[in-house]
Write a protein that binds this ligand. Structure first.
Ligand code: ADP
Length: 292
């Protein structure tokens, strides 16, 4: 029997410690002390990382196809990648360069911006519930319900008495999701303020990047200490056994991409997938086809 796990042993060599171990938010982690330009667990250089992303992309693609196939044959499970990070952390590039390796028909991708008037009339988890991945799908959230304890907390968009109850509510919500067969991979992406400045400057320099520039992003920089505090609370209060956070340094884009690729592959492998067994008689169908 062909087995996914066999494909993975050799190509993870540059990982001294697997991404899933080294990046998991451990109790006591300090957001202010995250080394955003580090490459935890990875011994290779940029060229190795870029080569590996192609190789591992093929593995991811195969696993995703298997999940999709199983979804077609009654398996209710799904995977949801949640990307949270400040502007310029590289969420869009992550989707293009990592998720870009898999068949788009198997991906349920959603970006969450400022809530629309309709969304504002509902509970903050309403729009999240609507976007959850279907059976057999790989869901990708570019921002998520965590905005409701990040920007909402920092900018006082609701009173503290409201946002402070959301951590427990989110844990409960995620518990139910996991119990219903969705594996969550929560990725907190961190860039340094210097790197963020460099990336924003590049957006201003290049006409092909002007569209990504949002004057509001500059004002957000002044709020960085408050954001750090909010990210700290998020990691402290919502990194759970059933849905842990992974903290990914993002100053080096190639590293963050190969790291998230490995987190995804690990999640797929833990599903212990195989090709679905079908309900028709294959030999009989071969004979019927020959005669058709
Ligand atoms: P991006 O900046 O990621 O390209 P958008 O400009 O469409 O995407 O929207 C992102 C903005 O929406 C961010 O400034 C983010 O803080 C804000 N946002 C997302 N969710 C919420 C929320 N629940 N309440 C208020 N603002 C939110």
């Amino acid at each position: 029997m062909w087995h996914a796990r066999q494909m993975t042993v050799k190509s993870t060599d540059p990982w001294q410690t697997p991404a899933v171990e080294v990046l998991r938010a451990h109790p006591g982690i300090r957001v202010a002390e995250i080394e955003t330009n580090a490459t935890p667990g990875f011994t290779g250089d940029k060229a190795t990382g870029e080569r590996l992303i192609e190789e591992r992309g093929a593995v991811l693609s195969r696993l995703q196809e298997m999940l999709f196939a199983n979804g077609r044959w009654g398996d209710r499970r799904s995977i949801l990648l949640i990307l949270q990070g400040m502007d310029t952390a590289g969420k869009g590039g992550m989707v293009r360069n990592v998720i870009g390796h898999v068949d788009p028909q198997g991906v349920d991708h959603t970006s969450f911006g400022v809530p629309t008037p309709e969304e504002k009339r509902h509970h903050y988890l309403w729009r999240i519930n609507k976007a959850l991945p279907r059976a057999g799908q790989l869901g990708v959230f570019d921002r998520s319900h965590y905005e409701d304890v990040l920007v909402v907390r920092v900018r006082n968009l609701v009173p503290e008495s409201v946002w402070s109850t959301r951590y427990d509510e989110i844990n409960q919500f995620e518990r139910e999701l996991v119990d219903s067969g969705t594996t969550l991979i929560k990725v907190a992406m961190f860039v340094s303020l210097d790197e963020q400045k460099r990336r924003l400057a590049e957006r201003l320099e290049r006409p092909d990047k002007h569209w990504k520039y949002n004057p509001g992003d500059v004002s957000e920089r002044k709020l960085w200490p408050a954001y750090q505090e909010a990210y700290q609370a998020m990691l402290d209060r919502t990194s759970t056994e059933h849905a842990p956070w992974y903290v990914v340094p993002c100053d080096r884009k190639w590293y963050s991409r190969i790291a998230v690729m490995e987190l995804l592959i690990d999640a797929f492998e833990r599903l212990d997938l195989d090709w679905p067994s079908v309900e028709f008689d294959v030999e009989l169908e071969k004979r019927r086809l020959a005669e058709a």
